[in-house]
Write a protein that binds this ligand. Structure first.
Ligand code: SF4
Length: 295
């Protein structure tokens, strides 16, 4: 397809497959756990699973199955109106598996489950509690918007998690084209604000994808909006088209531009900003933020 942009040199890299990587992969298979790292074919997988450059190893587990009730146009997860029921053993199984890995930081992410009365919030909270009862691992939960439902958000923020993450994904103008129609820019801001107000000890975090046709002014506004919602940690990354049926990449944003956004974030008052074409996450720095002096 000639209309597709060529991959710039800074995005070409080999996926390193170390020993840790192989071990994690086998265990995940055995326990029938899904990871978004693999589902989304994340290029950081080798680094994260292998013990990153800062010596912190991270894994991202996807809860509540591999089928989402929403259909965002940047995401390659399967969609269904009524996905299969939750596995009630998943919270315990996940905690047992993660406790064995020796990772320092775990990101629990999930599909959206608009079909469940609580959006799956109790399931996510149960997983966090099981993990926290067994380990000292720092837990980040990247959660759905729960349609802005306060009870669901309360359930999550009171589960002893360290980092509450919810992604705004893109600027306000592009939201209806990029995210599922049930997702709203202002609703996501509200969810982040509510989480921080309900539990000010939490680190809140959000992420923006670049390369979807947003302007610099729009990115600035989004960053400011996130800060105004009390968000502590900001990450920016390049949007990558997962399949030909998904949104096209409009622009490969240069590493220099990502650096600019990192500086912009840092001067806007975030505790930390990680911005780069490949790294949407920089969990290695988060453990310092969620140490005893913060929580
Ligand atoms: Fe993907 Fe959107 Fe579902 Fe999240 S809510 S898993 S981004 S389709």
């Amino acid at each position: 397809d000639k209309s597709r942009l060529r991959l710039p040199p800074w995005l070409k890299r080999e996926i390193p497959m170390g020993e840790n990587y192989a071990q994690l992969k086998t265990q995940l298979r055995d326990l029938k756990l899904a990871t978004v790292c693999e589902e989304a074919r994340c290029p950081n997988i080798g680094e994260c699973w292998g013990g990153g450059e800062h010596g912190t190893s991270t894994a991202t587990i996807m809860l509540m199955g591999d089928t989402c009730t929403r259909g965002c146009r940047f995401c390659s997860i399967k969609t269904a109106r009524a996905p299969p029921p939750l596995n009630p053993e998943e919270p315990v199984n996940t905690a047992i598996a993660v406790a064995k890995w020796g990772v320092d930081y775990i990101v629990l992410t999930s599909v959206d489950r608009d079909d469940l009365p609580d959006g799956g919030s109790n399931h996510i909270a149960a997983t966090i509690k099981e993990l926290k009862n067994r380990t000292n691992i720092l837990v980040e939960a990247l959660v759905p918007d729960f349609a802005g439902n306060e009870t669901c958000i309360k359930t999550i923020v009171n589960s002893k998690l360290d980092v509450f993450a919810h992604n705004i994904e893109t600027v306000e103008r592009l939201t209806p084209f990029v995210r599922d129609r049930r997702a709203h820019y202002k609703q996501s801001l509200k969810v982040l604000k509510m989480a921080k107000e309900l539990n000010p000890n939490l680190i809140t975090k959000s992420s923006i994808m670049l390369g979807l046709g947003e302007t610099d002014e729009e990115v600035e506004t989004t960053i400011r909006d996130l800060r105004s919602a009390g968000v502590d940690a900001l990450t920016l990354g390049q949007y990558m088209q997962p399949t030909k049926r998904h949104l096209k990449v409009i622009e490969y944003v240069t590493p220099e531009k990502f650096k600019h956004w990192e500086e912009f974030g840092n001067t806007s008052g975030f505790l930390y900003t990680a911005s780069g074409p490949l790294r949407q996450q920089d969990e290695a720095r988060l453990p310092q933020l969620v140490g005893p002096e913060v929580c």
